[in-house]
Design a protein around this ligand. Structure first.
Ligand code: NDP
Ligand code: 2IT
Length: 447
């Protein structure tokens, strides 16, 4: 396999899908050598079958808003690969959603899920519907219309969706409820469910906590203590807020958060009371991050329209908002400001140019498919609990999450350590994630 030839061919066949091509290119260029050590892979044209999703469902979602107007959105589910387990991955509701973005996410999910060591294939779904500014009833009607189309394609051993951007506990509850009504079954077909109906303790916290655990493993390779380290976080949703919570517990100083309208800079660090305010602001009032600066004018500065990377002096960056939110300039600014580690809560937040900068500077750099895998891993634990009709304690789930993140770190070290000792986590995560899926695909024949 020549990575460049496969990529060129995919570009020709899918010319309007830049995010998908970007994700494929990152993986193929790092696994090329390993792949070519196995001529049997090429005989089975494994690479093309691994890059192109098994199937894509796309459909119109029609719903009625509070004013009685009929609205139409697009809905999708990409079932990418189920070689190692049922399709598994989140659902994203955001105005930017399109097929290219969901294809990149489903592709990434396949490798991420493989890294968790649990039996989960890769999928992703979503809609260009945005819950922002919609009433609860509108969100409910939309979720029901979305599942009315999708329910036949998902199931506890077929395809198990969960949350992502714009989809949290509220949306999962509405979608799961409608799924249950249509399928006439009470099974673990969604993860991220409410605790009263099959959800797992620690699932809401898991992506952010898991990213912090991964970061601790990375810092340990250089004997660095997290206490007192200044951390810039982007986003202020599920992943960002629980990352901040765990960082405060660990004694780090969280100096920024953001949303799509701008970012806040908190030179002395976000306090526990401020973080409580942010949780309430985001989850109850569904407000904006700018309101934190209004509430704490002496402590917080707001930068409208800006991402956190330029104006914040930080030791560590944990991008936790969206794809391509750190470009080459942002990466250079972070490095110039003394950043020693980047651990990605979001999926593909760094552009290829930014990744090049981080690797060239030989800082600790963890790609999302390793660092944010704690979320889906805990979804896997939720599936296991649902199958057994049992609930584990928060301590049990947290201990398993820590162990899984340590395992992922170990796999990255094993497959990504370069001759000079530098751990290339991009290569490590891609090679480790790929090999398990590849072996499973080989064993199952051409499908
Ligand atoms: P949320 O919807 O809870 O939060 C998303 C946050 O990112 C919000 O602050 C939002 O701001 C901001 N954001 C979204 N889109 C953009 C954009 N285009 N530009 C700038 N800011 C943006 O989502 P999550 O916290 O769940 O997800 C965040 C990231 O983490 C995503 O990349 C997701 O794929 C990834 N992830 C999530 C997991 C999970 O379990 N939830 C697991 C693994 C990865 P605003 O309110 O203004 O839109
Ligand atoms: O990107 C991700 O890993 C998620 N949004 C979580 C997926 C899941 O199935 O828990």
């Amino acid at each position: 396999m020549k990575a460049i030839e496969v990529i060129d061919d995919l570009k020709r066949r899918f010319p309007n899908e830049p995010e998908y091509i970007q994700a494929v290119e990152e993986v193929l260029t790092t696994i090329e050598d390993t792949y070519n050590e196995h001529p049997e892979f090429e005989r089975y044209n494994l690479i093309e079958r691994l890059c192109i999703p098994d199937r894509i469902f796309s459909f119109r979602v029609s719903w009625i808003d509070d004013a009685g107007k009929v609205r139409n959105n697009m809905g999708y589910r990409i079932q990418h690969n189920n070689a190692i387990g049922p399709y598994k991955g989140g659902i994203r509701f955001h105005s930017s959603v399109n097929q290219s973005i969901l294809k990149f996410l489903a592709f990434e999910q396949t490798f991420k899920n493989s890294l968790t060591t649990l039996a989960m294939g890769g999928a992703k779904g979503g809609s260009d519907f945005s819950p922002r500014g919609k009433s609860d009833m509108e969100v409910m009607r939309f979720c029901q219309a979305f599942i009315a189309e999708l329910w036949r394609q998902i199931g506890p051993d077929t395809d198990v969706p969960a949350g992502d951007i714009g989809v949290g506990g509220r949306e999962v509850g509405y979608m799961y409820g409608y799924y249950k009504k249509m399928a006439r079954e009470f099974t673990g077909t969604f993860t991220g469910k409410g605790l009263e109906f099959g959800g797992s303790l620690i699932r809401p916290e898991a992506t952010g906590y898991g990213n912090c655990y991964f970061l601790l493993n990375m810092l340990a390779t250089r004997g660095i203590d997290i206490k007192g380290k200044r951390v810039a976080i982007s986003g202020s949703g599920n992943v960002a807020t629980y990352t901040a919570q765990k960082l405060l517990e660990l004694g780090a100083v969280v100096v920024s958060m953001s949303d799509s309208s701008g970012s806040i800079y908190v030179p002395d660090g976000i306090t526990p009371a401020m973080l409580d305010y942010i949780f309430e602001l985001k989850n109850v009032y569904r407000g904006r991050i700018s309101e934190v600066a209004e509430e704490y004018p002496e402590l917080v500065k707001y930068y409208p329209g800006e991402r956190p990377w330029h104006h914040v002096k930080c030791d560590i960056a944990m991008p936790s908002a969206t794809q391509n939110e750190i470009d080459g300039d942002d990466a250079r600014a972070l490095l110039a400001n003394g950043c020693i580690a980047v651990s990605e809560g979001a999926n593909m937040p760094s552009t290829p140019e930014a990744i090049k900068e981080f690797l060239a500077a030989k800082i600790l750099y963890a790609p999302g498919k390793a660092a944010n895998a704690g979320g889906v891993a805990t979804s896997g634990l939720e599936m296991a609990q649902n199958s057994q009709k049992l609930s584990w304690t928060a301590e049990e789930v947290d201990a398993k999450l820590k162990q899984i993140m340590a395992n992922i770190h170990e796999q990255c070290v094993k497959h990504g350590t370069e001759p000079d000792g530098y751990i290339n986590y991009v290569k490590g995560a891609n090679v480790a994630g790929f090999m398990k899926v590849a072996r499973a695909m080989m064993a199952q024949g051409v499908l």
